[in-house]
Design a protein around this ligand. Structure first.
Ligand code: TNX
Length: 527
């Protein structure tokens, strides 16, 4: 009858409006291309993970996915090469980070020519499922996903974050927690700021007092701490399983008080035999000059910057740097070694340049590519070396003019230690107050005069820890801003909008809630 027809079509309309679309999923970062299908796929007790391709890591990827799905679904989810409705297909053996994800009625297929691409496809799949998938115990939920297709690839090759483990030491467990969060946002480089005035955080076997003395305190006078080389390797391996490369930083020649407190003989500023003073006090350049009666500096627990320096004229300085770079490079599989180079306000300019150039040579001798804070571009950079822009556009320009790439970390946009507003309980504000919309609304290739997309290696969001002491503090400052930064580095400019992000980030907020991540509930968002 007419009535049943009418009611029937009304019901159809209602259910149609209710059925969610793939394009409306809360994916962060937003994929490059999403196409809606109709209907849904549902994960069930009979679901399994099927692997196609040949690579040792494929089984790991399958198990990684199963490990994420089992706790909250309670399903068995066997991983095999024989069958299953969730297919992971590796079509090549390259380093590709792009992937395709298809959701049809009877299955899901993720394919990529690279293991990294499959990993990112898995992250997308995890975000497509109901947010309860992030819970640690079994949930009664329909595990359904709207049908459709996703084609995805990152805008930038280097998508990073930095943890300053020097100002306040960050435990291995907390670093792993951060790595897990980064992986969900498809970030691929974690820069560890391992040394600063307040602490030396990595064991160097040939200079053991660095950690014995230099690692023994932190900002505010706490106990500090350090990673043994075994622990560092554990972090490197944990990150690598999540396709994240560790970039170790030894900040020098400034920001070196922890080393100078550990070894008296590295100190400048002592009397020489002829009664003159060394480099800091403007003696003539003599790069072999030994220092007499050197004295170790005091350990430091304050937060001033720019007052310490290695002795660039002293040959021992380079023997020291050589050992440090050699030992760390030996346990770092990634291509980069970060040499710091920022805020060396008490190093003579010519000494600074001499120092940076010699240290670059040492890094290159151990097979690594140097990254340095933007000031290093005042020296002659080796080909391929990278300048990390944080403050001075003219330095970024100097790097570009030398044919070197720039890593974008503009403090006013991406420094995770900046307060959200004047009421934020921790953080600094020397660069700006950075609310979530400000952190989102910028484009790396348009930010610094003369620095275009082809000059940019990528984006990195640093978390300095003068005011950060525990996981709660890390989470409060990093999230949700790290998600904004991740989207800027992954999603092409034309696909991004604040409006879109502000609709998707509340879903990410629910994922953080489910994982116990205490993020900042920005008033700019309807959570
Ligand atoms: C500047 S950014 C620094 C750090 C501080 C940070 C605090 C940079 C290369 N140097 O030493 O921790 O500001 O926001």
């Amino acid at each position: 009858t007419l009535w049943t027809l009418l009611i029937g079509s009304l019901l159809a309309l209602a259910s149609c409006q209710k059925s969610p679309k793939l394009t409306e999923s809360g994916l962060v970062p937003l994929p490059q291309e999403i196409t809606d299908g109709s209907g849904t796929y549902e994960l069930s007790t009979s679901s399994g993970i099927k692997l196609i391709g040949s690579s040792e890591k494929l089984t790991h990827l399958g198990e990684y996915l199963a490990g994420k799905l089992r706790p909250s679904t309670g399903f068995e989810l066997p991983v095999s090469f024989d069958g299953g409705d969730i297919t992971l297909e590796l079509t090549g053996s390259d380093a590709s980070e792009s992937y395709e994800l298809q959701v049809s009625e009877d299955g899901i297929k993720i394919s990529s020519s690279g293991e990294a691409g499959l990993f990112y496809g898995i992250q997308t799949l995890l975000q497509l499922l109901p947010v309860e998938i992030n819970q640690a115990s079994v949930q009664q939920v329909d595990w359904s996903i709207p049908q459709g297709n996703i084609k995805d690839a990152p805008a930038y090759a280097y998508r990073g974050s930095m943890l300053d483990v020097a100002r306040h030491f960050i435990s291995v467990e907390d670093v792993k927690f951060y790595i897990d969060q980064m992986a969900q946002l498809k970030l691929n480089y974690l820069h560890l700021h391992l040394t600063d005035d307040q602490g030396w955080r990595i064991e160097i076997k040939s200079w053991p007092k660095l950690t014995e003395i230099g690692g023994s305190t932190e900002v505010g006078g706490g106990d500090g701490g350090f990673y043994t080389q075994e622990e560092y390797k554990e972090i490197v391996a944990y990150a690598a399983e999540r396709f994240i490369t560790i970039v170790p930083e030894v900040d020098m020649p400034g920001h070196t008080n922890a080393a100078l407190a550990s070894y008296a003989e590295l100190n400048p500023g002592v009397n020489l035999p002829n009664g003159k003073l060394d480099s800091v006090n403007k003696a003539p350049l003599d790069y072999t000059m030994p220092l007499k009666n050197p004295q170790a500096s005091e350990l430091y627990t304050g937060i001033e910057v720019g007052w310490s320096t290695f002795a660039p004229k002293l040959e021992l300085t380079y023997a020291f740097v050589d050992s440090v770079v050699r030992e760390i490079s030996d346990i770092t599989p990634g291509p980069y070694f970060h040499i710091g180079g920022d805020e060396s306000h008490v190093t003579e300019k010519e000494d600074y340049i001499y120092f940076v150039e010699r240290v670059q040579d040492i890094v290159s001798k151990y097979g690594k590519t140097s990254i340095g804070w933007d000031e290093v571009a005042t020296a002659k950079l080796l080909p391929g070396n990278v300048a990390q822009f944080w403050a001075k556009e003219e330095n970024a320009k100097l790097a570009k003019d030398q044919g070197n790439k720039v890593l974008m970390s503009p403090a006013k946009k991406i420094y995770l230690d900046m307060q959200y507003d004047s009421t934020t309980r921790i953080g600094l504000h020397w660069a700006a107050y950075v609310e979530l919309d400000s952190a989102y609304l910028w484009e790396p290739s348009e930010y610094a005069q003369g620095i275009a997309k082809e000059n940019i290696l990528g984006i990195e969001a640093p978390l300095w820890t003068e005011t950060v002491t525990n996981r709660e503090d890390i989470s409060y400052l990093a999230f949700p801003r790290l998600a904004a930064s991740a989207e800027i580095s992954w999603t092409s400019q034309e696909k991004r909008s604040w409006e879109g992000f502000s609709k998707r980030i509340p879903v990410q907020g629910k994922r953080w809630d489910a994982q116990g991540v205490e993020f900042y509930k920005s008033p700019k968002i309807k959570w």
